[in-house]
Design a binder for this molecule. Structure first.
Ligand SMILES: [Zn+2]
Length: 312
């Protein structure tokens, strides 16, 4: 009788620190053995606490997976206090976990988390998928292309971004230590949740097919493009952002100077800023719904230069 991966897992709690409230902060790691020899694949989500879609994607993946070759090592929530508060950064020290790798055992709490992840996850795996999304108010759809492993292409997003990787991110550190890493950016903003969970599950199955942990070839979309030029458009002004492009428009192109959004002062109703498309054409990679609160310097949009798009 075949069993699901969820039924074959062993679960550990790795202590990080005692919190002043008396609770122990620990990280939960599942190990799931396959039916035959094969590579060791790590899955991690929740490095940013305001990205619960990745957490659910990992849970769903483990819940639905049947037999495979190799081993899975799964950390579903990498920053539990940030997840609890739905914040990008760790509430206790306000640091961004994905900028402090490899961390430090005697550093700030966020650095202690990073060090624990580096010590307990990386030695156990050959490859890694790191799940991210657009946070509480934005929706995103792409995957980073940062190494030659072929895994990012196999993951199956339509848009691959070959820009520099952030120093201090887990992906950057893992790759520099010989662990090819796929960093997916899917969903967020509570838009199209089921669509993006399924896309992330399919992407992870594709990675396992590429690594011969599963039979078959990766199922990738007909059109995939690699982009070299992308901008995070951060508004100068805060207030209400009234966007003209919602999550159903992700992957579409708009002409240069198209008005993507305006920011209005919710107190005086005056328009503070207009955000227009910078490229011709501009490809929509991260967008917000028609009405969201925005702070100066927030992730307003991620936009790619459609003219730089090359086939995979
Ligand atoms: Zn993230």
């Amino acid at each position: 009788m075949t069993t699901t991966a969820a039924e074959r897992r062993t679960t550990e709690r790795i202590p990080v620190a005692t919190i002043a409230n008396g609770h122990t902060l620990d990280l939960v790691v599942h190990t799931i053995e396959g039916d035959a020899e094969g590579p060791r694949l790590g899955l991690i989500a929740g490095i940013h606490g305001d990205e619960p879609l990745g957490v659910e994607t990992v849970r769903r993946f483990v819940d639905e997976l049947g037999s495979f070759r190799g081993r899975l090592v799964v950390m579903p929530v990498a920053n539990p206090y940030a997840f609890q508060a739905l914040t990008r950064n760790t509430p206790l020290d306000m640091n961004n976990l994905n900028r402090v790798f490899p961390g430090a055992r005697d550093g700030m709490l966020t650095e202690q988390l990073a060090a624990t992840i580096v010590e307990t996850l990386l030695p156990r795996i050959d490859y890694l998928v790191d799940f991210h999304s657009g946070g509480n108010l934005a929706t995103v759809d792409y995957v980073y292309l940062h190494d030659q492993s072929g895994l990012a292409e196999a993951f199956g997003c339509e848009i691959l971004f070959r820009g520099p990787s952030y120093e201090g991110s887990l992906g950057d550190y893992a790759r520099s230590n010989g662990v090819p890493t796929v960093v997916s950016e899917l969903g967020g903003g509570q838009q199209r949740n089921e669509h993006y969970v399924q896309k992330g599950v399919r992407g992870t199955l594709n990675v396992m097919r590429k690594l011969d942990m599963l039979d078959g070839e990766p199922e990738v979309p007909e059109r995939q493009v690699v982009l070299d030029e992308m901008v995070v458009l951060r508004p100068h002004e805060g207030g209400l952002m009234l966007s003209n492009v919602d999550a159903t428009r992700l992957g579409e192109q708009v002409p240069r100077d198209f008005e993507l959004a305006r920011i209005v002062n919710p107190y005086t109703f005056e328009t503070l800023e207009r955000i227009t498309a910078p490229y011709d054409p501009t490809l929509l990679v991260l967008v917000r719904e028609p009405v969201t609160k925005v702070d100066p310097g927030d992730y307003g949009f991620i936009l790619a230069n459609g003219a730089t798009a090359k086939p995979v």
